[in-house]
Write a protein that binds this ligand. Structure first.
Ligand code: SF4
Length: 386
């Protein structure tokens, strides 16, 4: 699978050599031109489903090196951004009811319907930032109070939550799961009416757990190629090049361009732990609506540590409040669906900034608005518009 010289070099851990970057960018431009000629479609539209890919694209200025006829669309790849309002509301309700809520830093400022966890904290609730699931367990061991770990993230992070539960936790510890599972959302995007997406760049870190084989049935069903790519600039350029080659040749298959970490089977032990603790269930993703099997919830056997079972969570009381006027103008929903860009939002870099975020996309370090605000985005010669 890594037969040609460029593939071999990428797999040999030479990540940031400018000459190779230029060679890949030139090859990408030539291949995109050929793909446009062969397919008669322009631009060729591909989607990545990972905030870490967008972060690397912005940080290393790769978007400026992409040919104009290639549209690299940002998908719903930020787990904080897709955490739905009612999930945030549940955490806020618990915090305001006197439970200690422990969560990752990005989650604290994500707006809920009436308030964020940061707002709840400013009103006296105890909200603690933790760096891992085991850090949340340590916090529970240090107190007699109930500690709820508000757990967000894709399958990579869910595995860590599963591992701490399997190890055993103190009786005052429970989990409010907002974990999401990536593969089902690709189905939604592929089936969206009028979708322009002709290929997916899949996230290398999630595939280290699931394995690249998980995408085979998706490719078979939808006839759309998938390329698994890592997060170094050369990884991304090589991944896009492979993806456009597949589109040019009308070949729908899975290619693994991250062989130094990803295998066909993935990490079996991590998968066992994940599915011992979680079950996939349908639920809303902010911006994408209902995603069948897109949410990860604790299995029945774990009900004793499931905050939704342990507490009567009255999140509905938040829903009496109407969202703030600025929030109603937020375009996060369209940005996560890949329909619009941050620069299409009138609030971008004005009323909405990383210091004063209006929507979830400006909160998380993997949110597209935050990334574009930090590093710039879009094609510079088009004034920042994609
Ligand atoms: Fe929402 Fe702010 Fe992004 Fe506009 S700039 S879409 S308000 S997060």
């Amino acid at each position: 699978m890594t037969a040609d010289p460029i593939d071999r070099e990428v797999s040999e851990l030479k990540f940031r050599e400018p000459e190779k970057g230029r060679a890949l960018a030139d090859a990408l431009a030539r291949t995109v031109r050929r793909a446009v000629e062969k397919t008669g479609r322009s631009p060729i539209a591909v989607m990545h489903v990972c905030g870490s890919h967008e972060q690397a694209i912005a940080k290393f200025g790769l978007r400026a090196a992409f040919p104009r006829e290639l549209d690299v669309i940002m998908g719903p790849g930020c787990p904080v951004c897709v955490t739905d309002l009612p999930e945030v509301d549940e955490a806020v309700a618990l915090a305001t009811d006197g439970v200690i809520v422990a969560t990752y830093g990005d989650m604290v400022r994500v707006p809920g319907t009436a308030m964020s966890l940061a707002d709840a904290r400013s009103e006296g609730a105890r909200v603690e930032v933790v760096y891992s699931a085991s850090h949340a367990v340590e916090l529970a061991r240090s107190t007699d109070k109930q500690v709820v770990f508000f757990a967000s993230g894709f399958e990579t992070t869910a595995v860590a939550t599963a591992a701490v539960l399997l190890k055993g936790t103190p009786p005052n510890f429970s989990v409010l799961s907002a974990h999401k599972y990536i593969p089902p959302v690709m189905e939604i995007v592929a089936e969206m009416p009028g979708t322009r997406v002709e290929g997916f760049l899949a996230a290398g870190h999630a595939a280290t757990i699931t394995g690249w084989g998980i995408f085979e049935s998706f490719v078979e069903r939808h006839g759309i190629p998938v390329v698994v790519a890592g997060f170094e600039p050369l990884d991304i350029l090589a991944g896009l090049l492979k993806l456009v080659e597949l589109i040019r040749d009308s070949t729908a298959r899975v290619e693994n361009m991250y062989p130094r970490c990803v295998t066909r089977e993935g990490n079996r032990r991590a998968q066992e732990q994940l599915w011992k603790v979680f079950r996939p269930t349908g639920g809303r993703w902010r911006g994408i609506a209902h995603v069948p099997n897109g949410n990860l919830r604790l299995r029945g056997e774990w009900s004793s540590v499931d905050a939704r079972q342990r507490f009567r969570i009255d999140a509905a009381r938040m829903w009496k409040h109407s969202p703030a006027a600025l929030v109603e103008r937020c375009l996060c929903v369209d940005i996560m669906a890949g329909i619009r860009s941050p620069t299409d939002c009138a609030l971008f870099a004005r009323e909405c900034s990383p210091d004063s975020p209006v929507g979830a996309c400006m909160v998380s370090t993997e949110g597209t608005c935050r990334i574009w605000s930090q590093y710039g985005g879009g094609y510079p010669d088009l004034g920042g518009s994609r």
